[in-house]
Design a protein around this ligand. Structure first.
Ligand SMILES: [Zn+2]
Length: 161
C-alpha cells in the first residue's frame, strides 16, 4: 500500500535534489528518465513523483513556457490529446470516482511547483475529497515502494491508448 508522507518530508527530499530557484518542470524534463508514459514532440507525460493521490499524472510542455498565450496551436493540440489519453488510462486502470484535471502552478519557482505550463491529472478515490483538500500539500503526499511504482507504471502504460 502506498504510504502518505508529510509535506515537509516531500519538501526536504526535493530540496536535496533540486537547486533552489531552478524550474522544477525543466529539471524533471532534463533529469527524470523513469515513469514516462508518453514523450511527445511538444509535451511529456509522466507519473508525478509527489502525488496527492496515487496514480497522479502530469503533462508538461517541453518548452519552458509560462502562459497559455505562448502556446502554439500544435503544442496545445498535443497537450490536450495527452491529457485526454492520460485521464482515460487512469480511469481504465485505476477506476477512481473521478479525475480532477488542472493547470495550477505558480507565478515564480517554488519548491513544490513552477510557472512552467503543466497539467495535473489527479484520480479521486474518496467521496469526501474536494478540490480544497486535493490541491494542497498540507494533507500529505503518497510514496510507494519500487515494486508499487513499477506496478502503477505498468498499469497505466498498458491502459494508455
Ligand atoms: Zn521550465
Amino acid at each position: 500500500m502506498p504510504q502518505l508522507i508529510t509535506r515537509q518530508e516531500a519538501i526536504s527530499k526535493i530540496e536535496k535534489e533540486i537547486p533552489r530557484g531552478e524550474c522544477l518542470a525543466c529539471h524533471i524534463l532534463k533529469e527524470q528518465t523513469k515513469h514516462i508514459l508518453k514523450k511527445g514532440k511538444y509535451t511529456t507525460t509522466l507519473l508525478s513523483e509527489y502525488p496527492r493521490c496515487w496514480g497522479q499524472v502530469i503533462v508538461i510542455a517541453n518548452r519552458h513556457i509560462t502562459s497559455f498565450t505562448e502556446l502554439k496551436p500544435e503544442e496545445w493540440n498535443e497537450l490536450s490529446q495527452h491529457i485526454l489519453s492520460a485521464t482515460t488510462a487512469i480511469e481504465k486502470a485505476l477506476t477512481p470516482l473521478r479525475c480532477y484535471v488542472a493547470a495550477t502552478g505558480a507565478h515564480e519557482n517554488m519548491v513544490s511547483t513552477t510557472p512552467h505550463l503543466h497539467f495535473n491529472i489527479v484520480p479521486i478515490y474518496n467521496k469526501t475529497d474536494k478540490p480544497a483538500t486535493i490541491f494542497t500539500w498540507g494533507k500529505g503526499l503518497y510514496s510507494g515502494t519500487n515494486e508499487e511504482w513499477a506496478a502503477l507504471y505498468k498499469n497505466l502504460k498498458t491502459a494508455w491508448v
